[in-house]
Ligand binder design. Structure first.
Ligand code: NAD
Length: 413
């Protein structure tokens, strides 16, 4: 098939290279000229496991452009949907893309919204924009469930494919497209598909905040929360996933999507109290690290090494990373922060420019009074803490395999 993908970020670029890998021809549109130039040169503008390899392999099948000059009749919208200050999602990129697509597309095309949008948006906002320019088209909503860091794997091996459609043409095209992945396909309405995405992220985030609350109490009781959650997760009705206590969740999806569903529901007149509590627990969790540090020392004037800036391992994405409020709090208390991350330094530098960025763990630890491990990168499993002045280590993620010879506390353990 010939497919047009609009938006070349984590989701759009992954969608493009994976569909190309599945044998399709892709036109990839993004308004960010610099990003498009890189992709044209065959260089992935973001880090994702296996992305560069698939881009290189399928370069001939992907044409990257920065204007809406396309003639494909299957068009995926994969642009960003960031939070507005009131928590609801900012639809301006989605509506902008829909306008541009509508002006150019052919009658009979299938427009698929892959961006995460509040239930009702595809049929209530996107479809009317398109209809103004092009009356005969099919609209679909196909939420994306990939995890950053494992985006390529997850796209090609999904647990399920949700296809929200309002007519048979959209269903036929998307069924044919996804059939080779041999995943269960669930056909719904577009609005149900939108809610499936929000509800899934809300439930996963709830598991994390729940594990953190239990973890906070376990720490007070002096028991091992990871052992507790191991026992809880052995129940097949619960599953062990997303029960790791720690500094909380970040990233471009969970915080934004929870605020989005909360804000959207509130506008409908319903207060989602569980979602509010999940977000509240998540806000407080990084501050637990600061409280632990303060048990041992006055933070003012101390050198604190922060290892891990990405919101999780295997990505360079720092959006809403829990390291951000942590570093800001340490700075406010007068600490000198020396930070290290294997992938995410340049992205964090754009958000917090004025801390010391180091090129290795050893450099960050040099003469430090304390160390905080904030991301579960594999290279943090074994650390030589000897360059530190004072070997106080606080773990926000449970990753260290060797803790002998240091003063150690975990955020919930
Ligand atoms: P991103 O910020 O990485 O990429 C969005 C891209 O869209 C940018 O490159 C931007 O330049 C481009 N863009 C904006 N307006 C445009 C326009 N009018 N025309 C063409 N391009 C335009 O975002 P992302 O992380 O890929 O997320 C995209 C959507 O997918 C969001 O709704 C997000 O919630 C959802 N999602 C993300 C993930 C994830 O892990 N990142 C997972 C599932 C779903």
């Amino acid at each position: 098939m010939k497919i047009c993908v609009v938006g070349a970020g984590y989701v759009g670029l992954t969608t493009a290279v994976c569909f190309a890998e599945m044998g399709h021809t892709i036109r990839l549109i993004d308004v960010d000229q610099e990003k498009i130039e890189k992709i044209r040169e065959g260089v992935a503008p973001i880090y994702e496991e296996g992305l560069q390899e698939l881009l290189t392999k399928n370069r001939e099948k992907i044409e990257a452009i920065s204007d809406y000059d396309f003639d494909e009749d299957i068009i995926f919208i994969c642009v960003g949907t960031p939070s507005r200050p009131d928590g609801k999602i900012d639809l301006r990129y989605v509506t902008g893309a829909a306008e541009s697509i509508a002006k150019k597309m052919r009658e009979g095309s299938v427009v698929v919204v892959k961006s995460t949008v509040f239930p009702g948006t595809t049929e209530g906002v996107v479809a009317p924009i398109i209809r103004e320019h092009c009356p005969d088209f099919s609209i679909a909503m196909n939420p994306e469930f990939l995890r950053e860091g494992k985006a390529i794997h997850d796209f090609l091996h999904p647990d399920r494919v949700v296809i929200g459609v309002s007519d048979g043409r959209g269903e036929d095209v998307l069924r044919e497209l996804y059939q080779p992945l041999h995943a269960p396909i669930l056909i719904t309405t577009p609005t149900e598909a939108e809610m499936i995405k929000y509800a899934s992220n809300a439930l996963l985030a709830t598991k994390i905040s729940f594990a953190n609350e239990v973890g906070n109490v376990c720490k007070m009781l002096g028991i091992d929360t990871h052992r507790v959650m191991e026992g809880v997760g052995m129940d097949h009705r619960i599953s062990p996933h997303f029960l790791n206590a720690g500094m909380g969740f970040g990233g471009s999806c969970f915080p934004k999507d929870l605020r989005g569903i909360y804000g959207g529901a509130k506008e409908l007149g319903y207060e989602m109290e569980i979602i509010k509590a999940v977000l509240d627990v998540n806000e407080k969790q990084p501050m637990k690290v600061v409280e632990i540090l303060e048990k041992y020392m006055e933070i003012t004037g101390k050198v604190i090494a922060v290892l891990g800036l990405a919101f999780k391992a295997d990505t360079d994405d720092v959006r809403e990373s829990r390291s951000i409020p942590l570093i800001r709090a340490l700075r406010e208390k007068g600490a000198v922060v020396r930070a290290y991350d294997p992938m995410a330094t340049e992205n964090m530098r754009k958000i917090i420019p004025d801390i010391v960025y180091c090129r290795s763990v050893a450099e960050a630890l040099q003469d430090a009074d304390a160390c905080v491990i904030a991301t579960d990168w594999k290279e943090f499993e074994y650390i030589d803490f000897s360059p530190m002045k004072n070997t106080l280590v606080v773990e926000g993620r449970r990753i260290l395999k060797k803790r002998e010879g240091i003063t150690y506390e975990g955020v919930c353990w």
